[in-house]
Design a protein around this ligand. Structure first.
Ligand code: ACO
Length: 398
């Protein structure tokens, strides 16, 4: 309970808004969302068009620069990112030191924060050329770190980047290339990964982006700010839902068991994972695109029987009054885990994929923050509910 006296103590007018549910923390021109209509746009371009026609690197350029690149600009950008894909050998050494069972997100977060010690020049955030260099580096190195983390957890030797390949093909090569030197990922799988990265590239002031902005507002270097974002994404309430969807589908096991499962959800025994969203009160536009991408992926990898359960589950839920009245629709996580699994990723890598996809969004928001003259250091108020002044009690009298 908040007492009137407590409110007085915050000093002037203040709102009490835990989780900033109703408080805008910044002005931003990066991403537009209309949750009621199910609209998502990056710099004004609908996500559906970007997923169909663009590439992840082109979308990264768009997010960072505000406009789609010309052919020359895209060529230069692709060249610059490709140039920075390799890691300093000592970063590799750092990663070798992690326990064999370390979570890949923990390895990613620590290694990205360690990059700030390799590039101390990153602290000069006022220089636009320097910001360009650091953002390029980070977008280039995230897949290499993610792939090394995966190989480390498998006890396999690291595979160095192949700069002849596209961004996503190179990532798949670093992950899955074994002893056969002829490994090449199927183009349809590369395209599916490209689409998934595009869909995750930004989502305005979500928890991890808010973390990047909050830490970045102290004017620290971008590696430290993005490491904070990775930490936020690591949490199960943010990045972990697609893994929970897979577990749920496995537990349901057969379409015959769906009515019993739905009855349990309606009784409040558990949630239908991959359904519902704080912002979308309509079909999450990203879920629609992923659902379509499932067909292309399963054409290559063979059908996953869990897809049949997911499709039937969605059909039943969307006709059920419980879900309709609460505006609960599939979100981005409902189908993404199925694709990641088909691409041979173990569940603990799902959030790493999310982080690689989200990196250009984090950096676009960080850049916007750095040049925004109105932006102040993040420092919310509190409503103090503890004791007021009292005298120290000597040990013998407690
Ligand atoms: N299954 C069953 N009921 C649900 C679900 C669900 N997945 N989601 C919400 N509800 C119900 C709630 O119980 C509540 O019912 P009530 O009014 O009878 O109490 C009502 O719908 C409103 O739900 P809230 O929890 O108030 O919605 P909120 O916006 O706070 O939560 C959230 C959104 C956390 C995503 C929630 O829908 C959920 O837990 N979904 C499952 C987990 C999930 O898929 N998370 C991924 C989100 S996408 C992302 O993070 C990238």
């Amino acid at each position: 309970t908040i007492r009137a006296a407590d409110l007085k103590k915050v000093g002037g007018l203040a709102t009490y808004d835990p989780g900033f549910v109703n408080t805008a923390s910044c002005r931003s021109a990066v991403t537009f969302i209309d949750g009621d209509e199910g609209i998502l746009e990056y710099r004004g371009y609908p996500i559906e068009q970007l997923a169909e026609h663009s590439t992840f690197l082109e979308v990264s350029y768009l997010l960072l620069n505000g406009e789609l690149p010309t052919s020359d600009q895209l060529g230069q950008w692709t060249h610059d990112v490709t140039h920075h894909t390799f890691l300093h050998e000592n970063i590799k050494g750092l990663m070798t030191g992690f326990r064999y069972d370390a979570h890949p997100m923990g390895m990613l977060m620590s290694s990205v924060s360690a990059l700030s010690t390799f590039y101390p020049d990153a602290s000069d955030i006022a220089d636009p050329a320097n910001r360009y260099l650091q953002t390029t580096r980070m977008i280039a190195k995230m897949p290499t770190i993610g792939a090394f983390a995966y190989r480390h957890s498998q006890g396999k030797p690291y595979v160095y980047p192949d700069n002849e390949l596209s961004y996503c093909a190179n990532f798949l090569s670093m992950l899955f290339k074994m002893s056969e030197p002829t490994y090449a990922a199927d183009e349809r799988l590369v395209k599916a990964l490209e689409v998934l990265f595009i869909l995750h590239a930004d989502h305005e002031q979500n928890c991890s982006t808010n973390a990047v902005r909050s830490v970045g507002s102290s004017q620290v270097d971008p590696y430290s700010a993005v490491a904070a974002g990775i930490g936020a994404l690591y949490g199960p309430l943010h990045g972990g839902a697609n893994e929970a969807v897979l577990k749920m589908l496995r537990r349901i096991g057969s379409t015959d068991n769906i009515p019993g499962f739905i009855a349990g959800v309606k009784e409040g025994k558990e949630k239908l994972m991959g359904f519902g969203h704080r912002v979308y009160k309509n079909y999450d536009p990203r879920a629609k695109i992923i659902k379509k991408a499932c067909d292309d992926v399963f054409e290559v990898t063979g059908i996953n029987p869990l897809l049949e359960i997911a499709l039937e589950l969605e059909k039943i839920a969307l006709e059920d009054e419980y879900f309709v009245s609460r505006k609960l629709y599939p979100n981005v996580d409902f189908y993404s885990g199925l694709i990641y699994e088909a691409l041979q990723f173990p569940p603990e890598m799902f959030t790493v994929l999310f982080a690689i996809g989200r990196t250009p969004g984090w950096l676009a928001q960080w850049q916007e923050l750095v040049v925004d003259k109105e932006q102040k250091i993040a420092r919310p108020k509190q409503i103090y509910t503890g004791h007021r002044t009292r005298d120290f009690v000597p040990m013998g009298q407690r």
